[in-house]
Design a protein around this ligand. Structure first.
Ligand code: PRX
Length: 580
């Protein structure tokens, strides 16, 4: 990581609103999670994320707008906290009526429409576990995830329903498929539940399930080097971290209009596209559509967005579109901008200042940590290229290969977080052994490598495993390899992340063919088409090379590191375990 950029110093007189966090060291020395809990409602010691995010604000500020929704077609809808309370109560009543029990897994497979948000919070009110899935997934990743979590129900929309119909027969745990048809003007087949009809009959009143701090709330699937994605499960207590990081890392103030560009199929889209802003009682913009430089800056201008949370790939695409686009818009409402998900190039931080007048504040966390762990704060100087400093209440460390802490500045090692903290994941669903393997003594091992400088700023070095980060989305090579070898022509497949100037990495596959099949451009296109159909466009390989055989260890494991080294023309390293 380059450190040549000048530190971006904070000029306090420029701020229109005083940051919530004025002095990181002081707040750290005084930190108490109980003091944070005291700022939440937590009636009778119970905690439910839906209560903290919706009902408590519906009681205090019922007419305040919680969600400004903008559809892909430009339609705009506004929902107050009171309206959100009623809609989520209705959904919770519907779940009870159809027999959804506490801790049942309720999947949502939908684009970013208001009903997705009603469904997630209604599920939490009913005490069930919400599991949102990325709508661009193909049928295979959906089936893997529902199967692993033994999902009881899938909520979806008419245009995504064909993917569910394709896999439904493989998913015996699924008791109901519910279809949100009314937006598409579609009627719902009698084989499925009709969202609109059930919601119309449901009551506005619901008594939220009395969940405690350790009751399950949400599950997100994350990829590892081996095996299929794991369901990282979180508990209601996580809202304590969501609230605190919303307030101090994203600097949310009551009058903010906040926009997080992430999709709820990924953890950023729930922790920071639902829980952090709404536990802080803040109005947020939700945009259904995808990326577009002009469109995105229009949204900031139109809705007078004050705090904007996005990702490095998007920032690099905005940079590509040029500074002219933001200069043509009135972005004077913006007060704080932040980024997460992959390394943010120093150039991206600096470009933010040039284009919007504000540098992007990088921060670091993971599905497993549930909330921001390391951040650049509103009041703190930014070192472009650094992820910032640990959140108060969080201890981050650099460990050597024997898991001992390294205190010397700028020594590279494994990035670890000292346990526990409220939003820490509590298991990988049905894989307790793998969950336990992530901890060494008092440390949670993140799987990333990093360094800490003499001022306590952390610098990302890279992943410590073969997981691919493409546009901020983690892709497990095994999942892609499995889909490739389903094709009749493929004997073996090895998948790596290939560096890319925009997406950071793209998924690249190496394939050896079965006897009787010959490499050709047509077969390459067919394999890409096959994986796009099975996995979805974000997960399928963008490039495929045919090779006669894959490098393997003597025990038969594909050596992805060697494939990568060869691809990049790097030294091959230790090949002593390579089979003859
Ligand atoms: O490798 C790190 C990278 O993204 C991983 C976490 O991905 P996921 O579990 O999908 O969570 C996404 C929500 C943040 C990390 O292990 N990563 C995340 N933030 C950064 C980052 N890499 C470099 N810099 C960051 N700021």
């Amino acid at each position: 990581m380059v450190m040549s950029h000048a530190v971006i110093q904070k000029r306090p007189h420029e701020a229109t609103v005083a940051p919530n966090l004025m002095d990181l060291d002081r707040l750290r020395s005084e930190w108490s999670w109980d003091a944070v809990r005291a700022e939440l409602d937590l009636p009778d010691g119970l905690v439910n994320q839906a209560h903290e995010c919706i009902d408590r604000h519906a009681a205090a500020t019922p007419d305040k707008v919680a969600m400004i929704w903008e559809g892909s077609d430009g339609a705009i809808e506004r929902y107050t906290f009171e309206e959100m309370r009623r809609q989520t109560n209705r959904f919770a009543n519907v779940l009870k009526r159809i027999g959804i029990q506490k801790a049942d897994r309720v999947f949502v497979f939908a684009d970013r429409i208001p009903e997705l948000y009603f469904a997630v919070f209604g599920t939490l009110k009913a005490g069930a576990i919400s599991a949102p899935l990325f709508s661009a997934f193909g049928p295979e990743p959906v089936a893997e995830r529902v199967r692993r979590a033994e999902g009881a129900m899938i909520v979806t929309t008419p245009h995504l329903l064909p993917k569910i119909d394709e896999i439904r027969g493989e998913l015996p745990s699924v008791r109901h498929v519910m279809v949100i048809g009314h937006r598409a003007g579609a009627t719902v087949d009698a084989a499925n539940l009709d969202y609109a009809a059930l919601m119309a009959e449901a009551s506005d009143d619901f008594v939220t399930e009395p969940t405690g701090a350790e009751d399950w709330s949400i599950m997100h699937f994350t990829s590892g080097t081996t095996g299929l994605p794991k369901g990282a499960a979180h508990v209601h207590e996580a809202v304590v971290n969501h609230y605190a990081t919303g307030k101090y890392a994203l600097d949310l103030h009551p009058d903010d209009v906040y926009w997080c560009t992430a999709d709820p199929g990924w953890v950023t889209g729930t922790s920071y596209g639902m829980f952090a802003p709404w536990s802080n009682g803040v109005t947020q913009v939700i945009y259904e559509g995808g990326f577009g430089a002009g469109r995105w800056f229009d949204i900031i201008e139109r809705h007078r967005v004050t705090v904007w949370y996005t990702a490095p790939t998007a920032i690099r695409m905005l940079m590509k579109a040029g500074s002219g686009v933001p200069r043509e818009r009135d972005l004077s409402s913006l007060r704080f901008t932040a980024s997460v998900g992959e390394p943010l190039n120093p150039e991206g931080v600096v470009w933010g200042e040039e284009a919007t007048g504000l540098p992007f504040h990088d921060n670091w966390w993971q599905t497993e940590t549930g909330a921001i762990m390391i951040a650049n704060y509103a009041s703190m100087d930014i070192k472009p290229g650094s992820m910032g400093r640990p959140f108060p209440g969080i201890t981050a460390g650099i460990l050597d290969d024997e898991f001992n802490e390294v205190t010397e500045p700028m020594r590279e090692g494994q990035l670890a977080i000292k346990t526990p903290w409220p939003s820490m994941f509590r298991t990988y669903w049905s894989d307790e052994e793998r969950y336990r393997s992530r901890f060494k003594g008092e440390w949670y091992i993140t799987g990333d490598r990093a360094k800490r400088d003499e001022d306590g700023y952390f610098w990302f070095v890279g992943r410590d495993d073969d997981v691919i980060n493409t546009s901020g989305h983690l892709v497990g090579p095994f999942e892609v390899e499995s889909a490739l070898i389903e094709h009749p022509a493929v004997a073996e497949a090895g998948v790596i992340g290939k560096p890319d100037p925009i997406a950071m990495e793209i998924v690249k596959a190496f394939v050896s063919l079965k006897d009787g099949f010959e490499p050709s451009d047509q077969l390459r296109r067919e394999l890409i088409g096959h994986t796009r159909q099975r996995l979805g466009p974000g997960v399928a390989p963008r490039e495929i090379d045919f090779i006669p055989s894959l490098p393997k260890t003597r025990s038969g494991k594909i050596m992805r590191r060697l494939l990568k080294a060869r691809e990049l023309g790097l030294p091959e390293g230790d090949t002593s375990t390579l089979e003859d």
